[in-house]
Design a protein around this ligand. Sequence first.
Ligand SMILES: Cc1cc2nc3c(=O)[nH]c(=O)nc-3n(C[C@H](O)[C@H](O)[C@H](O)COP(=O)(O)OP(=O)(O)OC[C@H]3O[C@@H](n4cnc5c(N)ncnc54)[C@H](O)[C@@H]3O)c2cc1C
Length: 382
Amino acid sequence: MALSDREYQAFKREMFAFIWRELDPYESEIERTDKVPREILPKLSRARCFGLVVPKEFGGVGLTISQYVEILAELSKIHGGIRVLVHVHNTTAKAVGMLGSDKWKAELLPKIATGEASVAFGLTEPDAGTGKDLRTRAVRDGKDFVLNGRKWLITNSDIATHFMVFCHTRQESDGAGISALLVPRGAPGFRIEPLPPTMGCRGGEHGLLTFENCRVPCENLLGDEGQGLHQMTVALEVSRLLIAATSLGTAERSLELSLEFAKKRVTFGKSLAERQAIQIYLAEMGADIYALRNMIRDAAAKADRGERIPTEASMCKLFGLEAVGRVTDRALLIHGGIGYTQKYPIERLYRDARLNWLEEGTPTIQQLVIARNLLNGYKWSA
Ligand SMILES: Cc1cc2nc3c(=O)[nH]c(=O)nc-3n(C[C@H](O)[C@H](O)[C@H](O)COP(=O)(O)OP(=O)(O)OC[C@H]3O[C@@H](n4cnc5c(N)ncnc54)[C@H](O)[C@@H]3O)c2cc1C
């Protein structure tokens, strides 16, 4: 059962205060060291950040999508490395909740809710495109699958206790047959190596995973054999919406900082805020944010009512990355040359936001999904 509105409002107040009081101060340390300090993990656990979407019966907070997007947007105003860590953890928690067997749910979800366990999402490959093209393969041998292949850019590969690995387990003539296997860290034949530092959302590890004759028990299948990718796509339909919520938070913070800066900085005897050119930027930033906020609210409410939202989620993700792109561009312009330095967080927000183009699929993928669904008769619902 979800939190009542009163319980949620109290939770949200505490969570927002925690984000700014306990997490925001780590910004410069993470930028300097390119590491999210381990001391943050117990803090996140105590604040229940690891169990945000885990159902209450498994020890989580059990937020609805409409509630989770608000928390995620606020988290996206501070350092992107923390947002990525928490968000990927919660996304895979949702996947385990929806596709895990009763045994896996009972075993893993309570640990996921506290952060004692964490599952990474292993889809992208260095040697192939994402989808039917995947090269990672698992062949049945007795009670095990024998897994071979490589994955890269896998977030939380430094803290994950398990990896959800997408691989072909059958050779269907149409190229389908992709399954999801839960591979524990430390399984024989499984190696994890770090990749170079990222442009933004620094501080986490997005590793290269190599599987060489790695034996994985057949009971570690998530979902049905050969249906894993399809089932995961349906189960995680909302995850594109969640990236839009990230865009929203980053855009809102960029506007807040720009408003402050425009009022403070004086050139030729007037504040920037008094210049019409700057006001036009601010107005357009506000309009983008208002539109995105309402798109997300609409799609989240539909998801909470149990409706499928593949088109809406892709539209939100696509519009969100374009909106946060425009907003962070303008925020940088408003800040002038000093905005290009690390004196203000705008430089980091600009870099952090660029990940939103990639997470949960590039703009091209979103355009393909939206166009296909429109052509197949998608109808706008009220
Ligand atoms: C910091 C970070 C964290 C990440 N975390 C994860 C994670 O936890 N788990 C995970 O699985 N992945 C993760 N990713 C990977 C991310 O999801 C992918 O990078 C993204 O989906 C793009 O896939 P790709 O890198 O394989 O690019 P490619 O598929 O090589 O695409 C490159 C370009 O070509 C275009 N393109 C490719 N194929 C086609 C086609 N058929 N038609 C038209 N255009 C095409 C794409 O749109 C893109 O513009 C992460 C990436 C980053 C940067």
